[in-house]
Design a protein around this ligand. Structure first.
Ligand code: PLP
Length: 274
């Protein structure tokens, strides 16, 4: 079965799928998206992804889109692909109308999806660790909406990769650690997981939510959702990035400062990134 596309109700091959050049997603970045994965024919956190999509649309003043209708279309696309392990990219733009900054909200939103085979993608957690750099956040003021306006994220991920690193972590003007280009970030200090609270500066990641409200709650691991300074990041016992695509990635170096990893014994304090 080839990879497929969904275009406003029709399932076609990806090569055939086209959007009009006056699509507002194309001209203004006026579109929201989700990326949803399946494992062994089980779609992971579909309702959570659709809820976030709805929130993103509400934040951008989109006309209403039926989430139950969308859910049926997503389920159908996964089924039609016949891939047990697949990734579905879902994008909704405000629609197609003559180019003008202001919109009418009278044209139908454009719904597009692609589904691709992920059977070749390793799901084993990377235990080697990754190296990251940081930069001051210069994205816009609504990072809690999942929009396709990803240019700063794309530029900063490219800069990281060019430097042989895995990612860039955005830091606020106040020096608070926010998130990666397409990941949330946690540090661990004295057995407590610490991560930036949900506000307009970060995306409410589904993986972040699963870690906090399912795994940590079940395992009785302490979590603090609070702003933390880059100094705390450098001196953390451990740190990791997380996302749907990357799962959990331990960070072993930040801004050229080496390290960390778990303390070897309970009494042996980890000195953090040195
Ligand atoms: N933060 C940003 C900016 C992202 O783009 C993403 C995912 O695309 C995440 C965090 C992680 O979110 P999720 O766990 O839902 O994949």
């Amino acid at each position: 079965m080839p990879d497929l596309a969904y275009l406003n109700g029709q399932i076609i091959s990806i090569e055939e799928a086209r959007v009009p050049i006056e699509d507002r997603g194309y001209q203004f970045g006026d579109a929201v998206y989700e990326f949803i994965e399946s494992f062994d024919d089980h779609i992971f956190c579909l309702d959570e992804h659709l809820k976030r999509l709805q929130t993103s649309m509400e934040l951008l003043d989109f006309p209403p889109v039926s989430i139950s209708g969308l859910k049926d279309q997503v389920l159908n696309l996964f089924q039609r692909s016949e891939y047990p392990r697949a990734g579905c990219y879902l994008q909704i733009s405000r629609g197609v109308e003559p180019r003008a900054h202001s919109y009418t909200n009278t044209v139908p939103p454009q719904v597009v999806m692609t589904i691709k085979d992920l059977s070749h993608v390793d799901t084993v957690v990377n235990t080697q660790g990754i190296r990251v750099r940081t930069c001051e956040d210069y994205r816009w003021g609504m990072c809690h909406a999942k929009t396709v306006q990803l240019l700063p994220a794309a530029l900063e991920q490219h800069r990281a990769r060019k430097a042989g690193l895995a990612d860039t972590v955005f830091i606020s003007r106040e020096g608070h650690v926010l998130e990666g280009t397409c990941t949330n970030i946690f540090i661990i200090k004295d057995g407590t997981l610490i991560t930036h609270p949900l506000d307009t500066h970060i995306l409410p990641g589904i993986t972040r939510e699963v870690i906090i409200n399912r795994i940590c709650r079940k395992e009785a691991v302490a979590v603090e959702e609070r702003p933390y300074h880059i100094r705390e990041f450098y001196h953390a016992d451990e740190a990791f990035l997380c996302s749907t695509v990357l799962k959990i990635q331990p960070v072993i170096e930040a801004d050229g400062k080496n390290r960390p990893g778990p303390a070897r014994t309970p009494d042996q304090k980890n000195p953090g990134f040195l």
